[in-house]
Design a protein. Structure first.
Length: 94
């Protein structure tokens, strides 16, 4: 098995980030988790195969912040509707 890599086909973190429309920080984070990429000095370099692996990563997870934001919005709406119901009930009694 050969570990030779065509240097002209390697892409930098910034190039991969631009291609995948994610931040360079996220590219480094996912690459670290997937244990892919080559560290060359202070930069990571990726082969086309590794870029494809990054592209195929699972992205259907809802980030916790989005989930929390949705829960907070639902709680606000429920609270507002509860207040309206109480006001309407009090008003209808009078």
């Amino acid at each position: 098995m050969s570990n030779l890599v065509d240097l002209t086909s390697l892409r930098t973190t910034a190039q991969v980030a631009s291609e995948l429309q994610i931040s360079a920080r996220r590219v480094r984070q996912v690459a670290s988790q997937m244990e892919i990429g080559y560290l060359a000095g202070r930069s990571f370099l990726f082969t086309p195969e590794e870029v494809e692996k990054l592209r195929q990563r699972r992205t259907d997870r809802t980030p916790i912040r989005c989930w929390l934001r949705e829960r907070a919005q639902a709680a606000r709406e429920q609270s507002i509707s509860g207040v309206i119901d109480r006001v309407v009930t009090r008003h209808s009694r009078n």
